[in-house]
Write a protein of this length. Structure first.
Length: 286
């Protein structure tokens, strides 16, 4: 006998309908009759899931912290670079102000020159500057900066010149201990980088560290009173009656960038007479 459609539907759906009814009844009973149990279950669930949620939250904060640290590190690098540029610009501005102020004090014609090369690796050290014969530069002209002597022109080209600096074994200049009025000769020994040597100052004189040595009025090349350096130490070598005085140069070559070439040359007649006198002594002539 064939079942009716309603009977067939009941047969297919009764299990699901019974399950749904039971779930509803259980839920109703659980909520209405067992609220403390529900709260306890909820508390247990929070206790279990809370630490897990905290771990994931900490991971998120850690990743955000890493990203923030990278951003701050990049900003720090940018700021450090900017600070370095500002310091360099401030130092350059101070140097240029010093150059301008010093130029106003010069009493002789001059040419401002930029040092384009430095050969400071041997005893015969040289500088190259970007002025030459077209700028009225001649051999023998003194070269200084706002701090003191640098050297003298050794060779001249059309657009460039070579300067023999004070740190060259062939260079010498008469100097005066400014505080004592004592004269001597300043040279470089070819060994002590960043140091000059002054000789012929009697060892009985009270030479002290820090005393200023300037160019002598008898230089013949440099105007009188240009700083050469300051006394670092003084001692008398065995068998000598004069000091060997170590000087710290007023214008260290490592820091020289711009210089003044003073447009003055030694009196040619004096130079000729001195050369003749030296030749006479060498040959033993009268």
């Amino acid at each position: 006998m064939t079942s009716s459609p309603a009977a067939q539907f009941w047969l297919r759906s009764r299990d699901y309908l019974l399950l749904a009814v039971l779930v509803i009844v259980c839920t109703t009973i659980f909520v209405s009759r067992n609220r403390p149990v529900l709260r306890e279950a909820r508390a247990i669930a929070l206790a279990i899931t809370g630490p897990v949620e905290g771990v994931f939250s900490d991971i998120g904060r850690f990743r955000r912290s890493l990203s923030e640290n990278e951003r701050l590190r990049a900003q720090t690098v940018d700021l450090s670079t900017e600070v370095a540029r500002l310091r360099e610009a401030r130092a350059e501005n101070a140097r240029l102000r010093g150059l301008l102020g010093f130029a106003d004090s010069l009493q002789v014609p001059y040419r401002v020159a930029r040092v384009v090369t430095k050969d400071l690796t041997q005893q015969a050290n040289f500088l190259t500057i970007d002025v030459g014969s077209r700028d009225s530069i001649q051999v023998g002209m003194p070269v200084i900066d706002e701090r003191g002597i640098v050297g003298k022109v050794f060779l001249v080209g059309g657009r460039h010149s070579v300067v023999m600096p004070h740190q060259n074994t062939q260079f010498s200049v008469p100097g005066t201990l400014d505080a004592l009025g004592l004269d001597g000769v300043v040279t470089w020994d070819g060994r002590s980088s960043g140091r000059l040597t002054m000789e012929y100052v009697p060892k009985t004189e009270p030479v002290e560290r820090g005393m200023l040595v300037v160019t002598s009025p008898y230089s013949g090349v440099f105007p009188a009173g240009v700083p050469i350096g300051r006394v670092d130490s003084a001692y008398a070598a065995a068998g000598r009656n004069d000091y060997l005085i170590d000087l710290v140069p007023a214008a260290p070559l490592s820091e020289v960038g711009y210089v003044y070439v003073l447009l003055s040359v030694p009196d040619p007649e004096i130079e000729t007479l001195l050369e003749a006198a030296r030749d006479s002594l060498t040959t033993g002539g009268g």
